[in-house]
Design a protein around this ligand. Structure first.
Ligand code: 3HC
Ligand code: NAI
Length: 697
């Protein structure tokens, strides 16, 4: 075997050349990979002892895409498009041997090969849209020529990969071969290549095919129909539309002109702010898993079983995460009735997922079969981890942890799902505070991907490392945070709420505030969100004294969506929200009572007053060491609160505006409005005066 470059080698198996890419961890198409493939193909073409070529990969996956770390830097030769042209033009058959994930540029390499074989577990996709991009090396022009326009549109705009089986059905994979942890795939690819040569099979160039485009040529309206279909999901994003335009170009233009169009739109996206933010976010998510004082080789505790205390809204959802990952769950409640209710909700959730075709009826039974419901705490004795999700009440939590301490085996992890209580105080109610950690799931816990992992003063490093791994296993994105009221997410959310409430007293309406926040890219504004959650959380009629708008609304029975009205009034059938003159009147009366003169409030002021205090609080969170790094705060906000990923997150966004400008506005509002949340964070002040940023942007 000869090395062509540091990451690509050339080997001969009989009369087949094998180009092996070995660029850990994911065989990304770094410069030396592109060069290696280019030179390897040229060599195979010239090699008289070679009749065909296989492109294969070492490690855990086929090429997973362009090397994202090279983006935004000066391009290095050879370019991917040029290399792919050479592969496609190779006069000898080229076969891609696919396992793991063939993504982005990796998938585009495969599309330029004349044949593709794959193992059943392989996945193929064009996820560029998730980085605010489009496939820039011919993917948008070649994919629809193989799978048809409809499927191609779905794949490029969602970024979601398809299985090898589905790819085979669409003609994207020529043959599925047996799973083999050894060299079986390469052997199969070599055999496939030999057969292709022996049978004199044609060198299939996808660029020359266009039978699958015919239907769309006759029905160009399918593009607008598709646009309408995905409009809600893709609101605010630029990349999905650019991807659609490229597929339109594939249908309406000759191949080379389509390639030119793809190249232009790719360059535009690459230079745009959205892709910058989404690429930043890609690495931010991966960075969040790295804890500076918890080394990679920290030993892990084994997690084979789990206990949940409390089968309410959160307990049931959390339990589903474990069952979905195949981990048996013992779920404990106060009484049988609560247990039955909790498990009933879980089953309903699974049934709903099954009715949408996302899981099968057998899956539902298999997952429900992993639940052991009980009212007996003793059953938790052998669990490897127990997650407490009882009412948010310190005395109750302490009592529960005292019980767990007495019952659960030593070495188990004891976790609390508290949303705001002091994890150290809870840990102190046990004799093993090192085993205690906060696992703050978000509602609905079976859906939301964020997990704030709360590190107590004594939480052991192996508990953190184990929970980090576990979070990945149960499909969550974990961010390690310290103990404080509301942790990272809710603590910042409180700041937005203070200003939103002030703004409506000064002259804005709830719908104006919500519109500004919605237009910024959030799924909904603060008032719509309060209505959804229920205005009566923490409200008691006995102590209610009309001291806030929320109290007044609750006193009038306007509890939010569930009662048909809150800040908004809801249509009984469609549940659509509409502004309500009664609320406007009520707010005006309230302002008058408080002696606040109402005025016109601009959208810009709303945006600044809702979001800058969050950035300021984020800076305080950083300087207190509650978050490890600014990008962790961004991960919390994008994943847990719907901050639009194309704006990177609050800290990245503030960097883009310039911290000098942000600090100046915060000083201005501090003077005008007052309040602790407007006190400029010393960190923000220092960074702005030094011309620096939070995220290195
Ligand atoms: N470029 C550079 N680094 C990459 C990378 C890439 N395309 N993909 C992954 N990495 C790095 C990650 O940053 C991480 O680094 P770290 O260990 O230092 O944190 C490491 O590889 C492992 O990644 P994951 O933790 O994500 O590993 P998983 O096994 O969970 O997932 C994966 C593997 C599914 C391949 C996932 O990494 C992934 O989705 N990668 C991105 C794929 C992608 O977006 N490809 C398209 C790129 S754009 C493109 O190709 C443009 C072309 O059309 C011109
Ligand atoms: P919930 O009221 O829906 O459920 C709590 C459950 O605990 C009830 O079913 C109750 O019967 C049970 N319970 C009470 N005492 C018990 C005991 N001693 N032993 C066993 N079970 C007991 O409450 P929810 O919303 O699920 O909240 C639970 C925890 O999760 C709280 O700490 C809350 O702050 C936190 N949380 C809630 C979120 C939400 O959006 N609801 C989000 C994130 C965290």
């Amino acid at each position: 075997m000869d090395s062509i470059t540091q990451s690509v080698s050339y080997d001969r198996r009989g009369r087949v050349a094998v180009l092996l890419v070995d660029n850990p961890p994911v065989n990304a198409l770094s410069q030396h990979v592109r060069q290696g493939l280019d030179e390897g193909i040229a060599r195979a073409a010239d090699d008289e002892q070679v009749d065909a070529v296989v492109i294969a990969c070492a490690g855990r996956t086929f090429i997973a895409g362009a090397d994202i770390t090279e983006f935004g830097k000066p391009p290095q030769q050879p370019g991917l498009r040029e290399v792919l042209d050479h592969i496609e033009a190779c006069p000898k058959p080229v076969v891609a041997a696919i396992f793991g994930t063939a993504l982005g540029g990796g998938h585009e390499v495969a599309l330029c090969c004349h044949y593709r074989i794959a193992v059943p577990s392989a996945k193929l996709g064009l996820p560029e849209v998730k980085l605010g991009l489009l496939p820039g090396a011919g993917g948008t022009q070649r994919l629809p020529r193989v799978v048809g326009v409809k499927k191609a549109l779905e794949m490029v705009t969602s970024g979601n990969p398809i299985s090898a089986g589905e790819a085979h059905r669409h003609g994207l994979v020529d043959q599925i071969v047996e799973e083999d942890p050894g060299d079986g795939l390469v052997d199969a690819a070599v055999s496939f290549a030999e057969k292709a040569v022996a049978e004199g099979r044609p060198l299939v160039k996808i660029r020359d095919r266009d039978e699958k485009l015919a239907e769309a040529r006759q029905n160009p309206q399918i593009f607008d129909e598709f646009r309408r279909k995905i409009a809600r999901k893709t609101r605010g994003f630029e990349a999905p539309e650019a991807n659609i335009r490229c597929i339109e170009a594939a249908v309406s233009l000759p191949f080379d002109e389509g390639m030119t169009r793809e190249g232009e739109l790719f360059a535009e996206l690459m230079q745009g702010e959205q892709s910058k933010a989404q690429r930043y976010y890609f690495f931010a998510e991966r960075e969040a898993a790295k804890i500076p004082d918890v080394p990679k080789d920290t030993p892990r505790r084994e997690i084979a079983s789990c206990g949940i205390v409390g089968a309410g809204t959160m307990g049931g959802g959390i339990a589903m995460n474990f069952a979905n990952a195949g981990i048996p769950v013992i779920i404990v409640e106060r009484d049988q009735e609560a247990l039955d209710r909790g498990l009933g909700v879980v089953r309903k959730n699974y049934d709903r997922t099954a009715s949408k075709g996302r899981i099968s009826a057998e899956d539902v039974e298999q997952r429900m079969g992993l639940f052991s419901p009980t009212t007996d705490y003793q059953r938790l004795a052998d669990c490897d981890i127990v997650v407490e999700a009882v009412f948010e009440d310190m005395e109750l939590k302490k009592e529960v942890f005292g019980q767990l301490d007495a019952i659960v085996k030593q070495g188990a992890i004891l976790a609390t799902n508290t949303s705001a209580l002091d994890v150290d105080e809870i840990a102190a109610s046990t004799d093993r505070p090192a085993d205690v950690i906060g696992l703050h799931f978000f509602s609905p816990a079976n859906v939301m991907r964020l997990l704030e992992m709360v590190r107590g003063a004594e939480t052991a490093k192996d508990v953190i490392a184990t929970c980090m791994d576990l979070s990945k296993r149960i499909g969550k994105i974990a961010v390690l945070v310290g103990v404080c009221r509301g942790f990272v997410g809710n603590r910042m959310l409180f700041m937005r709420r203070i200003e939103a409430n002030r703004l409506i007293l000064e002259g804005a309406t709830p719908w104006q505030v919500d519109r500004v926040i919605y237009d910024f890219g959030f799924p909904m504004g603060p008032f719509a969100m309060s209505d959804l959650a229920g205005l009566d959380i923490g409200w008691k009629r006995e102590t209610s004294s009309s001291s806030t708008i929320r109290e007044v609304l609750c006193e009038r029975g306007r509890l939010g969506q569930k009662s048909g009205s809150g800040y908004y009034v809801y249509d009984r059938e469609t549940r659509a929200a509409a502004p309500d003159p009664e609320v406007e009147e009520l707010i005006e009366e309230f302002s008058a009572k408080e002696g606040i003169e109402r005025r016109e409030v601009s959208d810009q002021e709303i945006l600044e007053r809702c979001l800058y205090p969050m950035v300021n609080e984020g800076a305080k969170i950083l300087e207190e060491g509650i978050a490890i790094r600014a990008s962790d705060i961004d991960v919390v906000w994008v994943n847990g609160y719907g901050w639009p990923v194309y704006r990177g997150g609050p800290m990245f966004w503030a960097d883009g505006i310039g911290l000098g400008e942000v600090a100046q506005k915060i000083r201005h509002y501090a003077e005008k409005l007052g309040g602790d949340h407007w006190q400029l964070s010393p960190l923000l002040e220092r960074l702005s005066s030094e011309g620096k940023t939070f995220t290195g942007r």
